[in-house]
Design a binder for this molecule. Structure first.
Ligand SMILES: [Fe+2]
Length: 394
């Protein structure tokens, strides 16, 4: 028996007006300082004011949010006693909000209790509304909360997952991405590209996810370069926003794997934005799984996907078609100036950290979903190949 999980999804111009439909009156908003500074919070609070709803704001979410931040927000939420929790921002505020929702409803639980096999019974005290202000993370639709924990050996990212943490409602209103800087548009767009590209070959791949991934690819391939050229093109902004959500639905129901394992570890070690890391690793990861000596399944799936997506011809062999897909990813990376690994860190930084990073990749739950396994040696070689921008030949 399989399920397809999704929040109620409201999208398009003025989607924010959906708040009128909700009877809840007391809102706890989780966001970050950038959202306050750039005035996006005002769009939300003006709407709440008009609807005569009350609100309280927690705006201390940092990039790569730490468990201490979640506990602080949860305490504030428990004191305020909302009937609506609203996450406004990119992946970080939404990830924090999911965990805060759990601890508000279940104060008996801690961060290490967030694993899939317990019943949470969320929704008795509040609904969770997620409003993304970037087009890429898909966090408004997934069941994961990525939380940074300090350890003796450096920072690690915990990948806490629970089906009940999927937000009740996702609101995709392009007004919130209208002014997104182009660099952020490129990196978050490539996060979405990594989601759809990894999930179609993951061990949990399924027809529903593949359908979502195909449409998401078509929209991102077309509209990401348009938005990157002209960020004021609202039609393109809206299409990209929807595409990122569809990629979120795709991977939320099928999972990502090696690219996200590598990306989370690199991001936690050097505090590099998530989309840059997973987007950069994508071609190397695809090449690695296509080189699987024990199975042709990935070649067949990715080759067929490339043909359906129009980046390969129907008479191409599976491997050639799959290679054309990898080439298309590389082309799009160049179009939006996505940096390579050697533009993010130095060789010395790589050499000093690569052994430890490879070990941490082994602990990533994402890695377990890969169609081709990887040990510490393979992870290490993937880091080195990405740094040297060499095609993966192993
Ligand atoms: Fe991601």
């Amino acid at each position: 028996m399989w399920y397809f999980y999704a929040p109620k999804t409201v999208y398009g111009e003025d989607a924010i007006d959906y708040l009128e439909e909700l009877d809840e009156k007391r809102c706890f908003i989780i966001t970050d300082e950038g959202i306050i500074k750039f005035g996006l919070i005002d769009i939300l609070t003006n709407k709440l004011k008009k609807l005569e709803k009350e609100w309280n704001i927690f705006s201390e979410v940092e990039p790569d949010p730490r468990e201490e931040t979640i506990l602080k927000a949860a305490k504030q939420c428990q004191e305020y006693k909302p009937d609506l929790i609203i996450a406004l921002g990119g992946g970080s505020p939404m990830d924090v909000a999911k965990a805060v929702w759990v601890f508000y409803e279940r104060p008996d639980l801690g961060i290490d209790d967030l694993y899939p096999f317990i019943k949470l019974k969320l929704g008795e005290k509040a609904k969770l509304v997620a409003i993304p202000t970037t087009s890429g993370t898909g966090a408004e639709t997934t069941w994961a909360s990525i939380i940074t924990r300090k350890t003796d050996k450096g920072d690690i990212k915990l990948e806490q997952v629970h089906k009940e943490m999927i937000p009740t409602i996702a609101i995709l209103d392009p007004v919130f991405v209208k002014s997104m800087p182009l660099k952020l548009t490129a990196s978050t767009g490539f996060d979405a590209m990594a989601h759809l590209s990894e999930c179609i070959v993951s061990l949990w791949k399924n027809e529903y996810s593949e359908a979502m991934a195909l449409k998401a690819f078509e929209l991102i391939q077309k509209y990401l370069p348009i938005v990157y050229k002209d960020g004021t093109d609202m039609e393109a902004r809206e299409k990209l926003h929807i595409a990122a959500n569809m990629a979120g639905l795709a991977f939320g129901n099928a999972q990502v794997h090696l690219g996200h394992a590598l990306g989370h570890v690199l991001g936690a070690t050097f505090h590099i934005p998530h989309g840059l890391t997973v987007g950069m690793f994508l071609p190397y990861v695809l090449q690695y799984i296509l080189n699987d000596p024990n199975s042709d399944a990935t070649k067949q799936i990715l080759g067929t996907f490339a043909k359906r997506a129009g980046v390969a011809k129907w008479d191409d062999s599976d491997m050639n078609a799959a290679k054309k897909y990898v080439d298309e990813i590389k082309r799009l990376q160049k179009v939006v100036n996505l940096p390579s690994l050697n533009e993010m860190i130095t060789r010395t930084q790589l050499d000093e950290n690569v052994d430890q990073m490879a070990e941490w990749c082994l602990e990533s739950p994402s890695a377990a979903m890969s169609p081709r396994g990887a040990g510490s040696q393979e992870f290490k070689k993937l880091f080195v190949h990405a740094f040297e921008q060499k095609d993966v030949d192993f």
